[in-house]
Design a protein around this ligand. Structure first.
Ligand SMILES: [Zn+2]
Length: 473
């Protein structure tokens, strides 16, 4: 890939002259352990928000606020209007990211101290280096480079920035945060930084994320465990019956058997399938590396691994429990069994409709003598899909392509996040721009970011503001 230093655009040059300061500054931020999952670190989340707000003010953002007026952990909001703040022909773009981080402890298997960031070669190592402080810092650098490259003191679009403080804890209060600040967050488009690419040799832009339905199924028989000699073979065994239900979730072709499960599924377009087929995929390397030694691929017949991960919905057994698991043996007919199941959804599946189908499936697979309960872990997360042909997405591909010196193909992510909520609540289309790599080890020990990619990402955002300002949305 073309390194930023070798880039020839004004934006590339302006990023390059700021690169050293960028890295030092980001290390400062990474020293704050803003772990949202741990109440003992909530003071650090507040410190991280204050740190970011200070930097934004110093960099000239005219409006900067720390939002701590809801139950959400402190979020940072900033806005920087274009030269004519009232010009309605200039699009308003909201950048979304998060400044909280996943928990990290040396004892989890880190080979360096997670909150003592260091540069090794072209990597910046430390918790949050990539997810997502590195990417928010990338956006700040991109704005500075954009202004310097265009010789102006206001961006080409009306820019807004929201850095959430509890994304890594499930964004439990994001809906109320968005509702409380609906007016400030009004925008024509949302650009999410909390995302990445398939690989360094495969620059991609994310154009969709899966949704999720989370359930626990309980099968109950007798009120207590029964003696297997006195009762075994004469009463239903909840573990056996629940195992039967779990086994019936998929047919022999790997298709999920929940009623109506595929009714609303929007298939990927032929162009998307062609783009995904053009991406490099080394199956043995993927199995050994990303998939941590998984022994084979598996899944729904007729779809490639990328298609299974990005465009097909799933049913996954996360846990199956019941009966005795201690030392020796205990001759019982267990009184209950539980299965934790999650379903990943794709456009245009509706979590509520899928959940209704799951209840129907469970009812149909509950034999006489068993009482079934389906516990939903909340309303579920809707899937998100971008309009791949929109000006927003094609301009992001162009901007990233200019910075990376390569064609940027559309791809998707198999995970779930608050993106559908953002897009729905703010009634604006959403797209992604980020340079995380699978090898960044986000959420895992030894997180790192590839510095030339963060710099290229900054350059890409600088191109993006210029291009969107010129062509609109
Ligand atoms: Zn993240």
């Amino acid at each position: 890939m073309t390194s930023t230093a070798a880039g020839t655009s004004a934006e590339a040059r302006e990023v390059a002259v700021r690169a050293e300061g960028f890295v030092e500054d980001l290390q400062d931020w990474l020293r704050i352990p803003s772990i949202s999952a741990d109440p003992e670190h909530h003071g650090d989340v507040a410190r991280s928000a204050a740190w970011m707000a200070d930097r934004l003010r110093a960099e000239g953002w005219p409006q900067v606020e720390v939002w701590d007026d809801t139950d959400a952990l402190p979020a940072v909001y900033a806005s920087w209007p274009a030269a004519d703040p009232a010009d309605p022909t200039v699009p308003t773009v909201l950048v979304y990211g998060h400044h909280d981080v996943q928990p990290a402890d040396l004892a989890d298997g880190w080979s360096f101290a997670p909150f003592e960031p260091e540069v090794v070669g072209e990597e910046l190592r430390g918790r949050g280096a990539s997810d997502d402080k590195g990417h928010l810092a990338m956006v700040r650098l991109g704005v500075a480079a954009h202004l310097a490259a265009t010789g102006t003191d206001a961006p080409a679009v009306h820019l807004k920035l929201l850095a959430e403080g509890e994304e890594e804890s499930g964004s439990a209060h994001l809906a109320s945060l968005l509702a409380a600040h609906r007016e400030a967050l009004t925008c024509d488009a949302i650009v999410v930084t909390d995302t990445g690419m398939v690989g360094r040799d495969a620059p991609t832009v994310c154009t969709g994320m899966r949704g999720m339905v989370d359930t626990e199924i309980v099968f109950r028989g007798a009120s207590v465990d029964l003696h297997s000699g006195q009762f075994g073979g004469a009463v239903p065994n909840p573990v056996t019956e629940l195992a039967r239900l779990v086994a019936a979730l998929h047919d022999e072709r790997g298709r999920v058997q929940v009623p109506g499960f595929y009714d609303d599924v929007r298939p990927p377009t032929d162009r998307e399938r062609a783009a995904w087929a053009a991406l490099p995929f080394d199956e043995p390397a993927w199995l050994a590396g990303s998939a941590a030694g998984a022994r084979a691929t598996a899944g729904e017949e007729g779809w490639s691994t990328y298609e299974r991960l990005w465009a097909r919905p799933t049913a996954e057994v996360n846990g199956l429990h019941g009966g005795y698991g201690g030392p020796g043996h205990k001759t019982i007919v267990p009184h209950a069994a539980t299965a934790k199941l999650t379903f990943r959804l794709v456009a245009d599946q509706d979590p509520a409709r899928v959940l209704a189908g799951v209840r129907e499936f469970v009812a149909a697979h509950t034999p006489p003598g068993i009482e079934a309960e389906v516990i939903a872990g909340g309303p579920g997360v809707p899937p998100l899909i971008c309009d791949v042909d929109s000006t927003l997405v094609t301009t992001i591909r162009e901007a990233m392509g200019a910075a990376l010196g390569a064609e940027v193909l559309p791809a998707r992510e198999g995970g779930s996040g608050p993106e559908a909520l953002l897009s729905t609540e703010l009634a604006a289309p959403l797209a992604f721009l980020g340079v995380m790599l699978p090898s960044d080890r986000i959420h895992a020990p030894d997180e790192r970011a590839v510095l030339p990619l963060l710099l290229a990402g900054a350059e890409a955002t600088a191109h993006l503001w210029r291009l969107l300002g010129a062509r609109g949305l």
